[in-house]
Write a protein that binds this ligand. Sequence first.
Ligand code: UGA
Length: 437
Amino acid sequence: MKIAVVGTGYVGLVTGVTLSEIGHCVTCIDIDQTKVEKMKKGISPIYEPGLEELMKRNIRENNLFFTTNHREGFKDAEVIYIAVGTPEKKDGSADLSFIEEVAINIAQNINRNVIVVTKSTVPVGTNYHIEKIIKQNLVNDIKFDIVSNPEFLREGSAVFDAFNGDRIVIGADNNKAAQIIEEVNNNYGIPVFKTDIKSAEMIKYASNAFLATKISFINEISNICERLGADIEGVAQGMGLDNRIGSQFLNAGIGYGGSCFPKDTKALIQIAGNVDYEFELLKGVVKVNQKQQRILIEKLEQRFGELGNKVIGVLGLAFKPNTDDMREAPSIVIIKELLNKGAIVKVYDPIAIESAKKVLEPGVNYATSVDETLYKSDAVLILTEWDEFKEIDLSLFKQLMNQPIVVDGRNCFDLKGALENDIEYYSIGRKEINRKS
Ligand code: UGA
């Protein structure tokens, strides 16, 4: 099929590239000329394992094209995916201006009957809003259908998820349109769940809100475990063995970040509020997450008292491993607070340094390796569970640091290893280890 995808962020680019991989002829449209020129050469603007390989192959095989021109991109398209951003507005609600712009562009440029599929995460009812805008601005006498097809991929494993997801949700009011979109997705080999448009839109928000709830829940349990002397790893494992609970998303840490959970939880609170419903549970989830992001600072202060002039090394900046994405990363909040408290901050991330430079406060020192971060630090914080950190030779902490104090927000090391290597080790929801105990 001939498909156009508008927007080449994480969602749009992965959608476009993987649709070309399963046999469609795809044109990705983006207004950013420099980005488009790079993508035409097979260079991905984002770090996403496996993506460039698929891009290069499908460009070579003439299945995948990039353009800044909507008319050219929409020409003869049978399906148009909308995958532009819905950033958070000041009041927490979703900003739909990019979506609205695309709807107008579609109306002005389509030249045949088409199905418009929304991939972007949009508040319940937005697909009808899109339908209305297209209708009002249509230039040619054509027919179109709208379909909601929310995305569930995770950054860092987006390509894997595209071919191994648990379900594809298709929300449509028209059976024929739903069937066509089901056929478009056939070669992904993933079960399809069909429903109405508003329910599909809600499934996306409810899923992300539920996963965020799981994280805040386990984080609170971990805080209680610390106080009671229980061990969060065992507790999470024991809980996860119950199929009704499931073992995933029970890793306690420093709170969730990224471009989705923080934004979508707040948007759902707004969506509920708009229909006079106070989503109390989700408000709690957001509050717990904000509190959890500060947990390592509290641990440091308990250990040192004042942090002024202490050299604090930070390992990991991205909101999670295998991505260079810094959006809503807990590291931003933590580093800002360290600087406010007068600490000298030295940071390192295997991939995210360049994107971090754009968002971190001035005054941060950027290291180029783990060793450099550890060297003469008074304490080291671990904020992202990159494999590179999990595989650190634990003896390095004692060798390189002023004193081997490690405050680990991601439980990267086992307690025994830390003890054997004389590390004063503070982690999340587990027993604290130090030479004195
Ligand atoms: C999330 C969802 O997992 C995807 O299904 C969804 O498509 C995506 O949002 C989206 O709406 O686009 P993503 O934000 O890429 O994906 O990352 P996750 O792997 O879900 O992690 C989110 C945050 O939760 C990270 O900061 C991570 O460190 C944290 N997390 C995750 C925990 O603290 N504990 C866990 O057990 C799991």
